[in-house]
Design a protein around this ligand. Sequence first.
Ligand SMILES: Cc1ncc(COP(=O)(O)O)c(C=O)c1O
Length: 391
Amino acid sequence: MLELLPAPPADPLWDLTAEYGADPRPERLNLVLGVYRDRSGVTPVMEAVRDAEIRLAERSASKEYRGLSGNTAFNRAMQATVLGDEALVARSTAVQTVAGTGALRLLADLVRQTRPGTTVWVSDPAYVNHRPILEAAGLAVRPYRWTDPDGLLADLALAGRDDVVLIQGCCHNPTGVDPTREQWEALAALAARAGWVPFVDLAYHGLGDGLEADLWAVRMLAERLPELLVAVSCSKNFGLYADRTGCAIVLGSSPSALRHVETALQNAARTLYSMPPEHGAAIVATILQDPALRASWRSELDGMRSRIAANRATLVAALEALGHGAAAAPLARQKGMFAGLPLGPAQMAALRRDHAVYGTASGRINIAGLPADRVPQLARGIVAVLEPVGV
Ligand SMILES: Cc1ncc(COP(=O)(O)O)c(C=O)c1O
């Protein structure tokens, strides 16, 4: 049987990570995956997370199965944190998921159950796993332009009443380019007129302009539109990457519109993994329910955000000092963990080969994983591939 298996496509990000692991050069620099690293290059366990884990270990709760929606205290705390308003929470339902990816997949399943022939619009460029997740759920996918605001509105003007538009709520991966508030409002008006449903992917809130500012767009959409799907990840802003913690939130026009939603999401999870793991959700619930732990988390998150912004500013300044202010200008406006370099696949390969700097072929680097003392190496590498010798 197994010899009949066709060669599957490899995951480009994990392939690059393996290539990095096999690179013997001591100066190699891994900026491939979206993972925060502190000054010493470590992805820390946040203090609030460690404190919550100690409390949970002392309490030593039973590990008996939880319900099909996962940890309900976590779900309630996530609804309140993301939506920020009781009236919106009252129009919503949520289930715990296996991180942001699990939320994307369960919500994609919900879309297919509700509107089997629907088209889901996905940004171009997109997070590398968006299209595969939607297609695995049996949905048709169509791209819309992302970094050109006129193109974005022109493409989404073609989205129909039964369509769904997957859109990242902040800190767009891979470009770091987000709409302005006016552009978000234009998108909300378009959705209200045409009737399509936004499907917001929130993976980086708190790491762009601050938690409330990063949640502004999803809250505005929730206020103005009757229906909204939201996939939330706790991987980055709680540093819970490996604990696979997230949440699928659905808003309807009224509580009765939601009556079958939770069961539909539970049923989708039942055939994939039955129910989500408890540990990360228990940590997040403990933090969000305790004012002191919550304040500690918020302040550490703010510190992470400031460090990312400082990394970006240092890189921009280094490129300007090397005479590449024009290439640096768009970087200065980008938000979140990633920087989209003005480099194509061949230049990114040269950066890897000649300067031991690993980013993705699309020009994305993880600016949150950049040690400050390596900025000169990165800036010199970028300039060298922008100005090949002999040109
Ligand atoms: C835009 C976006 N959405 C969702 C995810 C999924 O994250 P996770 O499943 O690790 O929570 C990521 C991870 O990098 C992402 O960048």
